[in-house]
Ligand binder design. Sequence first.
Ligand SMILES: [Zn+2]
Length: 133
Amino acid sequence: MNAQDILDRLEQVTGGNGKWIACCPSHLDKSPSLAISEAVDRVLVHCFAGCETTDVTSAMGLNLADLFYNKLTSCELTKRKLQRFEDALRHERLQVAIINSVEMTERPLTVYEKERRLLGQQRIDKIKGALHE
Ligand SMILES: [Zn+2]
C-alpha cells in the first residue's frame, strides 16, 4: 500500500507533501483528528483522540501490515534499514572528514562549514544510536 491507498479510504483529507489530516474512521470524528504521514518504509497513522492504530486500520478494512509500502518480510526490512543507515553514516563521516581536513590544512572554516560539521556529527551520533537499538 502507499499513502494514496490509505487516503482514498478516509474522509475530509487535507494536507500534502507526505503529511495529511483526515477524519478518524475508528471513532465519531467531527473535526479531523487522524494524522497520516509517510515514513521511510510505511504510512504512519495516528489518532489524536487516542484510537489504537490497529482499530484505525481495521476500520479501513486493513491490517497493520498493509501500512507498509511493500509487503516485505521483517528480515528484508531490517537489511534495507541497516543498509540505509550505513550509507548515511559513510556519507556523514566523509563530510566531516573533508571539513576537518580543510580546517587542518587549508584555512579557517566558514560559518556554513562549521554548521555542516556540527550537523554531520549530530547525524552520526543519531545513526549510531539507532544502530545500537
Ligand atoms: Zn480515532
